[in-house]
Design a protein around this ligand. Structure first.
Ligand code: BGC
Length: 743
């Protein structure tokens, strides 16, 4: 093989007349490009899914091998494992130019080691933990033949009906931007040339999360201000973190499909932001511009997309079928194609694929990394940090390890795969046996003096109550009941929008019958989105929102139930009381007639039949201990435009347990040229305090934290008064002051 590569290098350099090794990456790219035919160039822009694996509507094609051999394919997705990737790569090496294929995969929350779903991870507010999850995923995926993940999804989401909220970091732009950068760092490591790095892909550009009605793929109608202020910053943060690729979104924005949006792709991303990587369409989204009604046919769609700046076509085949003719007809200049090819070749060089196309195909390394026990430890830690304690009446939790009998009831207690959530990866040759079920986790935790009883009670869906009697009988024998209920793992995810986000089936009715026994009931809610569960919220003795936690779900849940880990997570999406409140998010604007309470309904901005408050607000989450906030100090009450203010506060652990607190800093710009949100997260600190310990935390408020996009989309800080709030959630504000930004 080395011989083959050497030959091609010689070929490349002799044809171009350059005998010495090209010095820069751009020169290397150009020397390859200069030898390529138009058909080969277009081939680089073409991405297919592997046979038998699909994450979208498939075009049957039994000629993939021939096309790869002809240099008509630049990348494959859904192809994994060293054997399979090697076999396709060998075919690519038979092509005239011997340009290696790129293998892409949705490694969203882990590869073989499944981590909590991204929304759960975001509730940790722990950037190091989030980076670690991405790092482990990259290490495993790259050992299994993959160089490119279609993650992170950095779409801000304010509508829990949208199934893809599970895949992002929630509703907040500031936190979402930090998480985007942490994920990019985790996936890409220090250098793309490290063999355990994968290229990250910031998706879905843009505003995909603002789909009307929370219906997946739906149109987006949005003001420029909201687009820039709320939806674009996490993408910019990904660019600043060096993200290698972008993916366009399926939706239209104000009538223009993102895949054909020249303003977004060329003017903003590649222009203003200086993005040097490449852009891939979403699955078939080039061809879907016909359905959007902006292209008559595939040729039109290809013209729109390449002109807009979409470099690679995932599965629509419109580039392959139409670009050559478009060039011939002089509708597409070759320079546009060259720019796209250059961007892709550059990444292939950076990944080291031109040096060794098989560098990701090492079976020994694959075996070692996929079964690395350190990865289980990592996912267990991240899972513990992702569990949100929503309620803990009479400090029922943590449970004592001496409890005599526990009844563990519910349809999710013994399941394995459910814990993995949507977007887990089926890794060749690896089954589900290493997943720690919730039952197994509890068994691992309790001593031999504790008796564990089980009953399923009911299914996740359906209306059968046949199992209730057995569940009640089991509950009666126990000192405490733990009830594990929720969604199915594939009730959230792509194309999994729901109009009713209650806990499905008769699960809450089961809970009612269990509570009627008078036993304390701890409820575990497993879900990929904020659900509506008012009965549980009002009646359960304790609630842990466990989301989908991945391979170590059972152990992590047991760690939290028994206090080996004191929960610290805080919600990153607002939990509504009813779908009627959606969209609901903490950083909303004030109205001209704001309601000051739920009693305040007289010509007020409220609902006649519903509270204005969410069930659980952004930033909410309890601990087994309590924290006191005191001693707020501002270095000055006036800030000069180019200076900053130092803010400090003391946090004291006033309870019995050691624990972590996520201290949140919010600002409100009281009078500005545009109405500004009632509060906006601008900083936070996650701190660990031993029982009884106090720590002083510090924040710096600079001009950037006071800035926003004004009507002309300029990033400005306007002089005037700002409220500063420090709290344990967006509603639980403990300390407050204000300061002035001077002219
Ligand atoms: C999804 C993307 C995903 C792609 C490839 C699409 O349907 O929207 O997020 O990366 O499929 O699997």
């Amino acid at each position: 093989m080395i011989k083959k590569i050497a030959l091609i290098s010689l070929f490349v350099f002799s044809v171009t007349g350059v005998f010495s090794q090209p010095k820069t990456l751009d020169q290397k790219v150009d020397s390859v490009l200069s030898l390529m035919t138009l058909q080969e160039k277009i081939g680089q822009l073409n991405q297919y899914t592997d046979d038998g694996a699909a994450t979208g509507p498939v075009t049957v094609d039994d000629k993939k091998a021939t096309q790869i051999r002809n240099g008509e394919v630049g990348s494959l997705l859904n192809c994994k494992g060293v054997e399979r990737t090697r076999s396709w790569q060998e075919i690519a090496m038979e092509s005239r130019m011997k340009i290696p294929l790129l293998f892409g995969q949705d490694v969203i929350h882990g590869y073989k080691t499944t981590f909590p779903i991204p929304l759960a991870e975001s509730c940790s507010w722990d950037l190091k933990a989030i980076e670690l999850a991405a790092r482990v995923a990259a290490t495993e995926a790259s050992a299994s033949g993959i160089q490119w993940t279609f993650a992170p999804m950095v779409d801000i989401a304010r509508d829990p009906r949208w199934g893809r909220v599970m895949e992002g970091a929630g509703e907040d732009t500031y936190l979402g931007s930090l998480i985007a950068a942490a994920q990019v760092k985790g996936f890409q490591g220090n250098e793309l040339s490290d063999v355990n790095s994968v290229m990250a892909c910031a998706k879905h550009f843009a505003a995909y999360g603002a789909a009307i009605g929370g219906r997946d793929y739906n149109s987006v109608d949005i003001s420029d201000h909201t687009l820039w202020q709320v939806y674009l910053p996490p993408f910019k943060a990904a660019v600043d973190a060096g993200v290698a690729t972008f993916m366009t979104s399926f939706n239209t924005i104000n009538g223009i499909p993102s895949t054909g949006n020249k303003y977004l792709l060329r003017d903003v991303l590649k222009g203003k932001w200086g993005f040097k990587g490449f852009v891939v369409s979403d699955w078939g989204s080039i061809g879907e511009m016909i359905n959007h009604g902006v292209a008559k046919n595939g040729s039109d769609a290809a013209l729109l997309a390449i002109t807009a700046g979409c470099d690679m076509d995932m599965e629509s085949r419109d580039y392959k079928n139409h670009l050559a003719q478009l060039v011939k007809d002089k509708k597409v200049p070759v320079s546009l194609i060259d720019d796209a090819v250059r961007r892709i070749l550059r990444k292939k060089f950076e990944l080291g694929l031109f040096d060794d196309p098989y560098r990701y195909c090492n079976a020994e390394r694959q075996q070692k990394e996929l079964f690395n026990p350190e990865h289980d430890k990592a996912t267990r830690q991240v899972a513990e940090k992702s569990i949100v304690l929503l309620k803990n009446e009479n400090n029922l939790l943590p449970l004592s390890k001496d409890v005599k009998t526990i009844a563990f009831i519910g349809p999710l207690v013994k399941s394995l795969k459910q814990n993995k959530g949507f977007w887990d990866v089926d890794v060749p040759g690896v089954d589900s046996t290493f997943i720690v079920s919730q039952w197994q986790g509890l068994k691992n935790k309790v001593g031999k003096h504790t008796k564990l009883l089980y009953a399923k009670g009911c299914d996740i869906e359906g209306d059968s109550k046949a199992g209730f009697a057995e569940a009640v009988a089991v509950a009666k024998k126990a000192d405490v009941v733990i009830l594990s209920i929720g969604e199915k793992r594939d009730m959230s995810g792509e194309a999994k929008s729901r109009s009713n986000i209650d806990i499905p089936g008769v699960q809450e009715e089961l809970e009612k019958t269990l509570l009627a026994t008078g036993k304390p009931v701890v409820v575990l809610i497993n879900a990929g989105r904020p659900l509506v569960f008012n009965y549980t919220a009002d009646h359960a003795s304790a609630i842990l929102y466990t989301w989908w936690l991945g391979n170590q779900a059972g152990n992590a849940i047991a760690d939290v139930l028994f206090g080996d880990y004191n929960p610290s997570a805080k919600l990153t999406m607002t939990f509504p009381r009813s779908v009627g409140q959606i969209p609901i998010y903490y950083n909303h604007l004030n109205t001209g007639r704001p309601a000051t309470s739920d009693k305040d309904k007289n010509y007020r901005s409220s609902y006649l039949d519903l509270s204005i408050y969410p069930k659980y607000e952004f930033g909410y989450g309890l601990s087994y201990t309590t924290f006191k906030y005191s001693n707020l100090k501002l270095s000055s009450k006036e800030m000069k435009p180019d200076s900053s203010i130092e803010v400090s506060a003391t946090i004291t652990n006033t309870g019995k347990y050691d624990g972590e607190e996520i201290v949140q800093l919010y600002l409100r710009d009281l009078v500005a040229s545009l109405s500004r949100p009632v509060e906006e997260l601008k900083d936070f600190k996650k701190i660990f305090l031993k029982a009884g310990e106090s720590k002083t935390i510090h924040f710096t408020i600079d001009k950037d934290k006071l800035s926003f996009y004004n009507h002309d989309l300029q990033w400005v800080a306007e002089p005037g008064k700002f409220d500063l709030m420090i709290g344990a959630s967006s509603r639980d504000i403990r300390l407050k002051d204000s300061f002035e930004l001077a002219k």
